[in-house]
Structure formats: structure tokens, C-alpha cells
Design a protein around this ligand. Structure first.
Ligand SMILES: Cc1ncc(CN)c(N)n1
Length: 232
């Protein structure tokens, strides 16, 4: 079994919990509370910004030109393409995308971003690959799961969102990240492998927690303290 097959096996209950989450089920059913969708888009716009920052840190640690090209292409994908699913959600809540930009991060999104940035700054390239992988992998599998169980037609309110996440580019990114992580794991020490597994499993947990954050409209206990809760 490859390193990433083993990770997927270990994370099986978390993936299952994600498929069963009410926000994800609501995407499938085409019925979600509008405030939850707005909460998700506000936090997700900031999350994707941080995700591109982490790709940038990854580039600073690459010794291989091919890896640099891979991360650069992925920055371009997030920058230019991953706004499409956000636009689908904005159409559902009848709110312009621009109105949902620049909000402070709720605690879970704040934690997820710092989790990724800590591994990016302090860890090896292997740790960065591991901390990033659950992002495309869980969404790809959510897309596959919803395609299979809902079989959405173009009149489904979240047709664009669901079909975006089963596209070939998301599949290719997931497979390439897996391939690079498997190759890295072949020469990694037991200690580094443990750090990579820890990074991966926590990112999976935080993927579930991100849906929960949006669905429960999570905020800081005293959200009027804007100077404390705004992100850096
Ligand atoms: C939190 C989160 N995780 C994953 C994805 C899919 N790139 C996303 N947009 N947001």
C-alpha cells in the first residue's frame, strides 16, 4: 500500500463524516440556509488566499524545476478558476461576490490557515505536500459522491459547484500531490513520516470543521473585538 493509500485508509471516518455533514448534504439537496452560505464564502475567499500563500512558500523550498512549475500552475488555477464555485454560491444567495471579501476569519478558518502556514514555514516540502493534500482530495471526493448520489442536472442550484469539483484539473492536482508525497515518503525518516501523517490527518479534521464552522455560523466569543479577531 502506498503512503497516501495508507493515509486515505486512516482518514476514512473523517471523509465519511464530511460526506454526511449537513452543509455537504445541503449542497446535494440544493437547499442551504443563505446565512451559512455567506459565512462559508467569506471565510473560503480568505482560506484560498492563504492556500496560494502556502504554495508560494512551497516554491521557496523546491530544488526541482518541475515542482516549481507544478505549484505555479496551481496558484494560477486557484486564482483564476476557483472563483467559479464561489460565484455559484453567490448567485444562490443573490449577493455580489465583492460584498463577501475581506472579512475577519472565524476561529476554525483562522486555525486551519495557521496550521497550514506553520507546516509550510517550519516543515519540509513533504510536510507541505501532506498538509495541502486534503484540500483538493476531500473536495474531489465530495464532488464524486454528490455526482453519484444526486446526479445533478443543470437546473440544480449547485450544479456549477458540484461539477467544478469533479473536473480533470482537480483530479490531476490531487493525483500529482499524491505522487509527489508518495515519492517523498520513500526516503523520509520515520519521524518525518509521522509529521507528514499528523499534518494530513489534522487538515482532514479541519476540512470537516470548516463545513461545521459555516453551518453553525461560528464566530469568536466576543466578535465585537475586531482588532483582536481580524486576520494578519
Ligand atoms: C476549506 C477548503 N478546502 C478545500 C477547498 C477546495 N480547494 C476549498 N475551497 N476550501
Amino acid at each position: 500500500m502506498s503512503f497516501t493509500d495508507q493515509l486515505r485508509h486512516d482518514a476514512k471516518p473523517i471523509f465519511q463524516a464530511i460526506f454526511n455533514h449537513p452543509f455537504v448534504k445541503g449542497i446535494g439537496e440544493g437547499d442551504l440556509p443563505k446565512e451559512a452560505v455567506a459565512h462559508y464564502v467569506k471565510a473560503n475567499a480568505e482560506y484560498l488566499h492563504a492556500f496560494m500563500n502556502v504554495y508560494g512558500i512551497a516554491i521557496s523550498k523546491c530544488s526541482d524545476r518541475e515542482d516549481i512549475a507544478f505549484f505555479k500552475e496551481n496558484i494560477e488555477f486557484v486564482l483564476n478558476s476557483e472563483i467559479h464555485p464561489h460565484h455559484n454560491l453567490c448567485a444562490y444567495i443573490e449577493t455580489p461576490y465583492e460584498d463577501l471579501q475581506g472579512y475577519p476569519l472565524p476561529p476554525t478558518a483562522d486555525h486551519y490557515i495557521k496550521h497550514m502556514k506553520t507546516h509550510a514555514h517550519e516543515g519540509t516540502l513533504g510536510e507541505i505536500l501532506a498538509v495541502l493534500l486534503p484540500c483538493p482530495w476531500t473536495y474531489l471526493e465530495i464532488g464524486d459522491y454528490l455526482m453519484e448520489h444526486v446526479q445533478p442536472t443543470p437546473d440544480h442550484p449547485f450544479y456549477e459547484w458540484i461539477t467544478f469539483y469533479v473536473n480533470d484539473e482537480i483530479k490531476a492536482t490531487t493525483n500529482q500531490l499524491r505522487k509527489k508525497l508518495d515519492a517523498w515518503a520513500e526516503t523520509a525518516s520515520p519521524r518525518e513520516k509521522k509529521a507528514m501523517k499528523d499534518a494530513f490527518i489534522k487538515s482532514c479534521q479541519l476540512e470537516w470543521a470548516f463545513w461545521e464552522m459555516a453551518y453553525r455560523l461560528e464566530t469568536w466569543p466576543t466578535s465585537s473585538l475586531k482588532e483582536v479577531t481580524s486576520h494578519a
